[in-house]
Design a protein around this ligand. Structure first.
Ligand code: 13P
Ligand code: SF4
Length: 302
């Protein structure tokens, strides 16, 4: 009897598929993937693949982004329930209304948005390049940043730019509070603290946080650090990669309960079934895709 991992490997070859997995995916899904990374890295991999099928072990907005960037490919999301609460915090209609209140403003959308919202946006950014994208916008232009207010606030501090922020957040990250960081630091006084910019704690408790990084930024930090202990403020799925890359450092979560239920909808059996049955196909209406593509292409080129 082949193992699930062997079935996935064989089906990937039969279907000529590439399997992309986000850093928050279950360890066994990460281990089966061709590429593991953050939203920016995986968007680039999706855009450049010549395989006819892309299986996206992540959440819907990531699969939609892959489809927009590489429309000739079949993009599969192994579980249709893998959405994103942050992406759901703004609709295209709400954005249109906001734009009407600020005519001429540049709209910067975080990649964690639906394709319809991206189609209404001038720029798309990820946590890796948000500050760079905002800094590239002419000084005199008003900016609407959406939908994550904690990332927006972090970018505002880094760039010194005044921006209007949409009041949205990721409930998984927002529930990490300054007190959690302070308590973890007290228990591990010599530990370095790394936090994702979506965290509720990254702004309010900045003195406690040593580095604010995207998930790939954290992985790169894990590869090179010689610190004996690192406290990690993001979804716990990332610890698998960090620990494997650097067994000499102890990587500890700020809170064991920081689990994204959407990312965890996908397991290895879903990936196998997705490959075997060609499900669940992610499509983006051509008009929406056309309007979202320019901003996304600028993002992956940045
Ligand atoms: P990254 O782009 O840093 O991987 O973040 C994506 C995400 O959904 C964080 O919650
Ligand atoms: Fe969305 Fe938050 Fe899950 Fe990231 S961690 S996919 S922002 S709900």
């Amino acid at each position: 009897m082949p193992t699930l991992a062997e079935e996935v490997a064989q089906l990937k070859e039969e279907r000529q598929a590439v399997l992309l997995a986000h850093n928050y995916q279950l360890p066994e899904v990460q281990d089966a993937a061709d590429f593991v990374g953050d939203s920016l890295y995986l968007s680039r991999k999706a855009a450049e693949t010549d395989r006819p099928v892309i299986v996206f072990a992540g959440v819907r907005f990531m699969a939609e982004t892959a489809k927009i960037l590489n429309p000739g490919k079949t993009v599969l999301l192994p579980d249709p329930k893998a959405g994103c609460a942050l992406a759901d915090s703004i609709t295209a209609e709400e954005l249109r209304r906001w734009k009407r209140e600020h005519p001429g403003a540049a709209v910067v959308a975080y990649i964690n948005t639906s394709a319809d919202v991206k189609a209404e946006s001038d720029y798309v950014c990820t946590s890796s390049n948000a500050a760079r994208v905002v800094a590239s916008i002419p000084e005199e232009r008003e900016i609407l940043f959406l939908p994550d207010m904690f990332l927006g606030d972090h970018v505002r501090r880094l760039t010194g730019r005044k921006m209007h922020l949409w009041v949205g957040d990721c409930p998984v990250h927002a529930k990490m509070r300054p007190e959690d960081v302070v308590a973890a630091r007290r228990e591990h006084p010599s530990a370095v603290v790394v936090a994702h910019p979506e965290c509720g704690c990254s702004t309010a408790a900045l003195p406690e946080v040593d580095k604010v990084l995207s998930t790939d930024g954290m992985v790169r930090f894990a590869e090179t650090t010689r610190d004996p202990e690192v406290l990690v403020a993001t979804e716990v799925g990332i610890l698998h990669r960090m620990r494997r890359l650097n067994p000499g450092t102890k990587f500890l979560p700020i809170s064991e309960g920081t689990i994204c239920p959407y990312m965890k909808e996908v397991d290895l059996a879903d990936v196998r079934d997705s490959l075997a049955l060609g499900r669940f196909v992610v499509d983006v209406p051509p008009d929406i895709a056309r309007r979202a593509r320019g901003a996304l292409e600028r993002m992956i080129a940045s």
